[in-house]
Design a binder for this molecule. Structure first.
Ligand SMILES: [Zn+2]
Length: 143
């Protein structure tokens, strides 16, 4: 099935043929999962934003807040984490578009499907991930 739906851009069709990492059915499955995750996060972000909206100016002056109300810094941390995850999901969706989804960005080997199912935003195969984590531990990476 080298040809994709007509709605696909020429570019993604071409890349999908050169990089047949995953069949269309699986690709669509991951696209759906990621899109759902993204909209769920979006909704959550709106809620969080509402909660801390009145603290926006404090956030700008981050160093002064460090010792201030913990629950608010927690919320900001959560928001940062959500934002980071959203970016990862958006990146994963882009990789789906260009046909590189499911390929390790380090060694370019296919990432196991099991791993992708557990964590679709992953960009590393399990071996590279283990290696990177080893490095992080050596640096005693801060939380
Ligand atoms: Zn790898």
């Amino acid at each position: 099935m080298p040809y994709r739906a007509a709605s696909m851009s020429t570019l993604s069709s071409r890349r999908a043929i050169t990089l047949p990492a995953m069949n269309k059915q699986k690709t669509e499955h991951f696209r759906k999962t990621l899109t759902q995750q993204l909209s769920a996060l979006n909704a959550e972000m709106q809620t969080t934003k509402k909660d801390i909206a009145h603290d926006e100016e404090v956030y700008a002056d981050w160093t002064d807040v460090a010792s201030a109300e913990t629950d608010k810094t927690m919320q900001l941390k959560i928001r940062d984490r959500e934002r980071m995850l959203m970016r990862k999901i958006e990146d994963a969706l882009k990789r789906l578009d260009v046909g590189t989804f499911g390929l390790c960005e380090r060694c370019e080997d296919p990432i196991s499907e099991q791993r992708l199912k557990a964590r679709p935003v992953t960009t590393l195969c399990i071996d590279c991930k283990a290696e990177m984590e080893g490095l992080e531990h050596k640096r005693s990476y801060p939380m």
